[in-house]
Design a binder for this molecule. Structure first.
Ligand code: ASP
Ligand code: MG
Length: 406
């Protein structure tokens, strides 16, 4: 007997037929003698619709009311799945975040889970009941409903798996696993059998959309075994596990890209102490995430160019913050573009191999692709390139690192 958390994404619960299909999959695990907790997302498209309504009423909405609205999608699906299970004679009941409770901090629309009280859930699961939990939601210290950020039901599932000391957390979605890169761009992309938490974390935060980044962080911290697999097939999925569980490690495991980037260059800022702080301080205060940064060497010892990237959605705001502080910063010219893509290679094998970055640069050079900005960490190298070369770059790198399927 195992204790498992099964999480179903929006496309898996998109309509009543699909919800019945989910119930059959859950029943199969119960019939096999397992204890099961189910976590569900809202029906696909529902959360977007709810967010749209909130935006229409007021773009400057009260985040506490936003959470009341957008958490409702999961209330519907969790009730339906419990009902579908009951109609198959599987004992089940639904749980909203506050009923458990799943306690979060008070950061509405992007709350973090603090604690899950599993007393009642444990009791029920030990008694053979399937507990069906609404993903994406919790309750703040002041008793108001919170949500965990878009894609947050992955995090609900992993957190619940950690709290329930589950043997596995299966994330059911509409793809059959994690791929070496986006199969829509590279038809030769391969499904990865096992990937480390660290690599999955980089892949998720660098643009692969299969798991919410925070859920991977949580899985890594609590050593939750996560499996990503398809609701619509019986194919084996991808296991996200500890590094020592992987016998044969590729040097580069995956290639990610993100078009969600914009580049800003401040031409001729003074080359003196405090200049970076004068630029990035106000951006931080405005809650703008700066990602890649390069500061050129100054030719004359007096001035230099500073280039950095921000998410596309924060581009306009970033520009106005810089312009608003132009007198304090002092620059000659402000250049900006959103026609850029960040392409990244990821692999824990980089720690022990040399020449990995060089191969990336050479491969791009052979294709005539100019690298605008570079950033690295222990297990990844990212480059910023012109957006029009995205597909070409990803395909060339996928081949260069031997990732193409035969
Ligand atoms: N329904 C929420 C969203 O669309 C949470 C989730 O699906 O994970 O973001
Ligand atoms: Mg999702």
């Amino acid at each position: 007997m195992a204790r498992i958390v099964m999480k179903f994404g929006g496309t898996s619960v998109a309509d009543v037929e699909k919800i019945k299909n989910v119930a059959r999959r859950v029943k199969a695990e119960v019939d096999a003698g397992n204890q099961v907790a189910v976590v569900v997302s809202a029906m696909s498209g529902k959360t977007n619709e709810l967010v749209g309504w909130a935006d229409e009423i007021s773009p400057m909405y009260d985040a506490r009311e936003y959470d009341v609205i957008v958490s409702s999608g999961e209330q519907v699906t969790v009730g339906l799945i419990a009902m579908a299970l009951q109609s198959m004679d599987v004992p089940a009941r639904s749980w909203l975040g506050w009923q458990i409770p799943i306690k979060t901090d008070g950061a509405h629309a992007k709350a973090r889970i603090k604690e899950i009280d599993t007393t009642e859930l444990d009791k029920r699961m030990n008694g053979g009941e399937v507990v069906c939990v609404a993903g994406f939601q919790g309750i703040a210290p002041d008793n108001r409903i919170t949500t965990l950020g878009r894609g947050g039901s992955d995090t609900s599932a992993v957190a619940l798996a950690a709290a329930l000391k589950a043997d596995r957390c299966d994330i059911y979605t509409d793809v059959d696993g994690v791929y070496t890169t986006d199969p829509r761009i590279v038809p030769k992309a391969r499904k990865i059998e096992k990937i480390t938490y660290e690599e999955m974390l980089e892949l998720a935060s660098l643009g692969a959309k299969v798991l919410q980044t925070r859920s991977v962080e949580m899985a890594m911290n609590h050593r939750v075994r996560v499996q990503v697999r398809s609701t619509f097939s019986d194919a084996e999925g991808t296991l996200v596990v500890d590094e020592d569980e992987i016998v044969e490690q590729e040097v580069v495991s995956g290639i990610a890209y993100s078009r969600d980037e914009a580049k800003i260059t401040l031409v001729k800022v003074a080359d003196k102490p405090g200049i970076a702080a004068s630029i990035f301080g106000p951006l931080a205060e405005a809650n703008i995430n700066v990602d890649m940064i390069v500061q050129n060497v100054s030719e004359d010892g007096k001035s230099t160019d500073m280039t950095f990237t921000v998410p596309r959605g924060e581009f306009k705001r970033a520009l106005s913050v810089i312009e608003g502080n132009s007198a304090k910063i002092g620059y000659k010219e402000l250049l900006s573009t959103s026609d850029v893509t960040k392409v990244s290679i990821i692999g824990v094998g980089m720690r022990s191999h040399v020449g990995v970055a060089r191969k990336m640069f050479e491969t791009l050079a052979e294709k005539g692709i100019n690298i605008q900005v570079i950033s690295t960490s222990e297990i990844k190298v990212s480059v910023l390139i012109a957006e029009e070369y995205t597909e070409l770059a990803v395909r060339a790198l996928h081949t260069a690192y031997g990732l193409d399927a035969e």
